[in-house]
Design a protein around this ligand. Structure first.
Ligand code: ASP
Length: 326
């Protein structure tokens, strides 16, 4: 049987009463299903895990529902700074970009770094110049704009002087509800909307990709876990992992690498290794969020320590499965 499989996430967070809005829920479900089917198509055609995760994350970046590419969150200065990474487990090749303001699809820039550079991580203007030299599309900042993210940023600025995830979000959430802004199934003020994909192809090779606008109201220049290999993205000859959540804690626990390391050095299963990271190691330092992971046998696990995480799995030849809540 073909073990080829792709899993994706579109961020984790707290579920609100507005979770009961079936229309909104359907939008998210359909978006996730569409992306999964496209990833599945790549794998079914014999495509590599690397190609499948790149394509899935590109589509998630183009979807304004998620905090990556179009629909990204804003910095404290009201600007956009995007991060993305991609890693190939078969070769340990990796590419990432951070703090880009004009690249339409950050994951394609990350992929270009992986394929066409001797380096692994480019930042800011240098990353944009690299992307442009590779023929990738650059956009004006308005391209990323969505009213929902703009409103969310204004609420964060009004009630917090620092990055959204660094303060008690309860007041913000209440305010958002009062203003009628809580229509996402997962409260947008308490959601870590990074997107990501992991896949195992027919050869048993695995890959991971992650992309984000970061956290709302973040300080200009702040870099989270997404472009940091081993933290928000990792793939080797054991497993591939993509994470979403409070990035600083994922960096401090080297969360994505730790899943693979526990399997390799302690002989844990994929599921148990991921569970320990998400349910024990991250909460020990107040880390919130989740991850998706796949191993070379095609096992998949999608743990999170928040109330919900947009997520789904598609195996080649089988129907796609999508979930939002716990
Ligand atoms: N992990 C991301 C960051 O810290 C945020 C997210 O997952 O939404 O930049």
């Amino acid at each position: 049987m073909n073990s080829a499989v792709i899993a994706i996430h579109g961020g984790a967070g707290t579920i609100t009463r507005a979770a009961m809005d079936p229309q909104r829920e359907r939008e998210y479900t359909e978006a996730l299903e569409h992306v999964l089917r496209e990833g599945q198509r790549v794998l079914a055609a014999g495509g590599s895990a690397l190609d499948a995760v790149t394509e899935a994350v590109r589509l998630l970046e183009d979807c304004p529902l998620f905090n990556a590419g179009k629909g990204a969150v804003l910095t404290h200065a009201g600007t956009y700074e995007l991060d993305a990474s991609v890693m190939d487990g078969a070769t340990l090749n990796a590419g990432a970009i951070t703090c880009v303001k004009r690249v339409r699809n950050p994951v394609l820039a990350a992929r270009a770094v992986l394929e066409h550079s001797e380096h692994v991580l480019f930042a800011a203007e240098g990353a944009e110049a690299f992307a442009a030299a590779q023929g990738l599309e650059l956009v004006e900042p308005e391209y990323y704009f969505t009213q929902a993210r703009h409103d969310q940023w204004q609420r964060a600025r009004a009630t917090a002087g620092m990055a959204l995830l660094d303060h008690d979000a309860a007041a913000l959430a209440a305010q958002a509800q009062a203003q009628g802004n809580g229509t996402d199934p997962i409260d947008p003020d308490r959601k870590f909307g990074t997107v990501g994909a992991v896949a195992c192809d027919a050869q048993g090779n695995v890959a991971a990709a992650t992309s984000t606008g970061g956290v709302t109201n973040k300080q200009v220049g702040r870099v989270g876990d997404t472009p940091v290999f081993g933290a928000g993205c990792y793939a080797d000859d054991v497993a591939a992992v993509s994470a979403t959540g409070t990035g600083e804690m994922f960096i401090r626990t080297v969360a994505a690498f730790d899943v693979s390391a526990q399997m390799r050095y302690a002989g844990l299963s994929l599921e148990e290794a991921a569970r320990r990271v998400v349910m024990e190691k991250l909460p020990a330092i107040n880390g919130r969020g989740g991850l998706i992971a796949v191993d070379r046998a095609g096992n998949v696990t999608l743990p999170f320590n928040t109330e919900g995480m947009y997520r789904g799995i598609a195996r080649v030849g089988e129907p796609v499965n999508v979930w939002i809540y716990g």
